[in-house]
Design a binder for this molecule. Structure first.
Ligand code: DMJ
Length: 462
């Protein structure tokens, strides 16, 4: 049927009005988005300024040493002599934030002063994640071969740590003599080495690093209980568990993280299989879907019985790993719980009991995990909620931890009393994740890198 003229005109006007409405909505959304983008850039600038405040005070009061003591304005060396923990750990953050003069100065210090030929026992795990990881990412970002040379020298000096009857590494190794000590270790320390040692192998064409660290990871995994859980203390000489407590907290945390990430970085199918065999047990026995949300607690590795209902700052890395491995629903829910923990006192405690929401350990060590997870969740969902969450966390972080001379940990998150400590991971991780959450995505191509557990981005260039 042919519409009468009036009706046809009305239909035309209606269609035109719809087009205008759609354009107006599009323009408003575009406006909102550019306002939000501008705001995010402002926050990223603030993060960079605050990072510089921490770095400048390291330069001023602790240059050449492992770490700044921000309240006494002095320095701290882990082993009595400096291994340049803060400059090596912070180098890639300086580079990503485009603080070129500071990055160049740090690189000159590292390449001219850092020597691993020292008669000191060092912790294999900490030195691997902070120094080996930092040197490798520094090399990949700058192409400075001297950084790779230092990494290779360090890797060779750490290798004797793996000379146990099981292939599980001792906790300490002497950098000069290769002597080892302390056979009581844990899955995080035996199983968080392959990203760094593996990358070193790929970059030097020396397979020994990959092989030793992979064996340590596999030997840890092989000792899982019939339920699929690992314990929290293991003797590297006998391979026997000395503590059956299972959880995702400090001492185990990054063992799981590396199962998935080593699959991502190296395409190592064994790692994928180990992850696939482990994650169902974690979600069955450690996850606790209580009235107050999703948490992950402790359980006995043999019986699966709940032993503790505690969760803390260190556990807050897990939403990142869940998101990275594709489980966004659990990642979102657990992140909401972490944020609840943060908001209990306006800054997170080291440990809480999630059943009673009582604080069990009152310290805050400037830890990065909660912001690391916020960044991953924002990356995967692009949901503004996570940038808002990150901004709240950042504002609280500045409010309570900033001091005249850098950033200080808290000895009591209730009273906000500060302590004389600024761990290198505050610069390597906490500030880096804050920055990346707000900086434009091209600052670092997320899908082209894998972060080691100390937030050092490693690239698959082989
Ligand atoms: C860092 O050294 C690493 O992130 C490690 O995996 C866990 N602890 C600290 C930060 O809290």
């Amino acid at each position: 049927m042919i519409a009468p003229n009036g009706a046809r005109a009305r239909a035309g006007w209606l269609a035109l009005a719809k087009v205008f409405a759609a354009l107006a909505l599009f323009a408003t959304q575009g406006c909102n988005r550019s306002r939000q983008d501008a705001h995010s850039r402002e926050v990223a600038d603030r993060v960079r300024t605050e990072f510089l405040h921490a770095w400048n005070n390291y330069e001023r009061y602790a240059w050449g040493h492992d770490a700044l003591k921000p309240l006494s304005k002095t320095h701290h060396d882990w082993y009595g002599q400096s291994l340049l923990m803060t400059p090596v750990d912070a180098l890639d953050t300086l580079i990503l934030m485009k603080l070129d003069p500071e990055a160049d100065k740090a690189r000159v210090l590292i390449t001219s002063e850092l020597s691993f030929d020292r008669d000191i026992y060092v912790k294999n795990f900490e030195i691997t994640i902070r120094l080996l990881g930092g040197l490798l990412s520094g090399y990949q970002l700058t192409g400075d071969k001297r950084l790779l040379g230092l990494a290779e020298d360090l890797g060779n000096r750490l290798l004797p740590a793996f000379n146990s009857p099981t292939g599980l590494p001792y906790v300490y190794v002497n950098l000069r003599t290769g002597q080892v000590r302390d056979p009581l270790s844990n899955p995080a320390e035996t199983g968080t080495l392959l990203l760094e040692f593996g990358t070193l192998s790929k970059l030097t064409s020396e397979p020994v690093f990959y092989e030793k660290a992979k064996r340590a990871l596999v030997e840890t995994y092989k000792r899982r209980s019939p339920l699929g859980l690992v314990g929290s203390s293991i003797n590297v000489e006998t391979g026997a568990w000395t503590d059956n407590d299972s959880h995702i907290s400090g001492g185990i945390d990054s063992y799981y993280e590396y199962l998935w990430k080593c699959w991502l970085l190296f395409g190592d199918k064994d790692c994928l299989e180990m992850w696939n065999a482990s994650i169902p047990a974690i979600n069955k026995y450690l996850a606790d879907d209580s009235g107050s949300g999703l948490w992950y607690g402790h359980a006995d590795m043999l019986t699966g019985k709940r032993t503790e209902t505690t969760y803390g700052a260190l556990d807050a890395f897990f939403p990142a790993v869940l998101a990275l491995s594709g489980d966004l629903p659990r990642a979102r829910r657990l992140q909401a719980s972490s944020f609840k923990m943060w908001n209990l006192h306006g800054i997170e405690p080291e440990v809480i009991d999630y059943k009673t929401m009582r604080v069990i350990a009152k310290t805050y060590h400037l830890r990065p995990e909660i912001i690391e997870s916020t960044y991953y969740l924002y990356h995967y969902t692009k949901d503004r909620e996570y940038r808002q969450m990150g901004e709240t966390i950042f504002n609280d972080f500045v409010k309570y931890c900033r001091t005249d001379a850098g950033y200080a940990a808290l000895s009591d998150i209730v009273t906000k009393e500060q302590r004389d400590e600024m761990e290198s991971f505050a610069l390597a991780e906490t500030f880096k994740y804050f920055y990346l959450l707000f900086a434009p995505p091209e600052t670092l191509e997320f899908d082209k890198i894998v972060f080691n557990t100390e937030a050092h981005p490693l690239r698959r260039t082989w």
